[in-house]
Write a protein that binds this ligand. Structure first.
Ligand SMILES: Nc1ncnc2c1ncn2[C@@H]1O[C@H](COP(=O)(O)OP(=O)(O)OP(=O)(O)O)[C@@H](O)[C@H]1O
Length: 339
């Protein structure tokens, strides 16, 4: 299978600002890889370097084991789909899609036929003669995708492809992207700041911060074992706590515990043998349909969020301003690799 990407000690500086620092990453062919992280973490710069739209300050980019670091974008085997789709407003859908073949010198009949094939792949044949302004956001995205695919890339690069869509369409288009990637068997590298989007799509998620890779792996691995306080905070659903908040444990470093693995019981309850516990005051209760979102404040001043399933919601105990015991199994403590 084609489409393996390798970044070796890749760096990018703008004057004296280092945007990407010495990153190493191997993306196996046929993966759906999401680069994830807060604004300014270096994810788009990394994508643009892979595409060849940004010079590399240091390091190498390998595509199918071929060093493409100094090749122009068209010679790499990559295709980029931009955040705003960058469709030509005065061209019909079919001409937008055929554009890449036109600049490569392919004759009109041939490029038209290929463009129609690509439009068929994204279910847009019926809209072939329309201008981009006559299409919805989701339809424009499909055309942009067809345009990226027409040059038969091994790797498709997508910069925040879903961010312009409303939440409902975003979920629908996310499914279509994943389906298309699976059907075509290509490598997709997708930049997003949304943990939810990355986790829904990726076989491989790469969490970046401050120009470096903080953690990479399958979303499930990252969710189960965030390796730092930054990752635990960023992906959400975790509490990062200091070593001394537990009443019955001798833990020497900060740790995280998932919000859905915490139980709330009455202040004077007897904890089970294999649990750690602490005490806090309920400061907020929110109904979230499948569960309750409970916010508590520990004496240390740290806040702990808990997701309590509806059937475990004891309203005698979980009441605003009430002091409660928070407990979780010892095995649910996640100690960070770095802190
Ligand atoms: N052309 C540029 N000139 C100078 N600095 C830049 C340039 N492009 C990006 N940067 C800086 O490099 C850092 C990384 O930017 P990058 O666009 O890769 O971040 P990002 O994680 O994609 O953020 P966002 O989600 O906001 O797009 C930021 O601090 C940014 O200000």
């Amino acid at each position: 299978m084609k489409g393996a990407v390798e970044l070796i000690k890749l760096s990018k500086s703008y004057d004296d600002h280092v945007a990407v620092k010495d990153i190493d990453l191997r993306i196996p062919a046929g993966s759906y890889c999401c680069l994830l992280g807060p604004s300014g973490c270096g994810k788009s710069t990394t994508l643009r370097m892979i595409a060849g739209h940004e010079d590399v300050t240091d390091g190498d980019i390998l595509l199918n084991n071929r060093n493409v670091t100094d090749l122009p974008p068209r010679k790499r085997g990559t295709a980029m789909m931009f955040q705003n789709y960058a469709l030509f407003p005065h061209m019909t859908c079919v001409d937008n899609v055929a554009y890449g073949l036109k600049v490569s010198g392919v004759n009109k009949a041939e490029r038209h036929a290929s463009a129609m094939d690509m439009l068929s792949l994204v279910n847009m044949v019926d809209h072939a003669g329309k201008l981009p302004s006559q299409l919805s956001g989701g339809q424009q995205q499909r055309v942009a995708l067809a345009r990226a695919l027409i040059c038969k890339p091994d790797v498709v690069l997508l910069d925040e492809p879903l961010s312009a869509l409303d939440p409902f369409l975003r979920i629908q288009m996310r499914k279509e992207l994943k389906q298309l990637q699976k059907t075509l068997g290509l490598t997709f590298i997708h930049v997003t700041h949304s943990q939810e989007e990355a986790f829904a799509l990726a076989d491989m998620a790469v969490v970046m911060d401050n120009g470096i890779i903080q953690q990479q792996g399958h979303p499930r691995e990252i969710f189960e074992k965030p390796n730092s306080a930054f990752v635990a905070d960023f992906i959400g659903g975790h509490n990062v706590l200091s070593a001394d908040v537990l009443d019955n444990a001798d833990i020497k470093q900060p740790f995280s515990v998932r919000a859905d693995q915490i139980s709330i019981s009455a202040f004077h309850s007897r904890p089970d043998e294999d649990t750690y516990y602490t005490y806090g005051k309920i400061i907020d209760i929110e109904f979230q349909a499948q569960f309750y979102f409970i916010e508590t404040l520990l004496d240390s001043g740290e806040k702990v969020i808990c997701y309590i399933a509806e059937e475990k919601m004891d309203e005698q105990v979980i009441t605003p301003a009430k002091k409660v015991m928070l407990s979780w199994k010892q095995k649910h403590i996640n100690l960070f690799a770095s802190f």
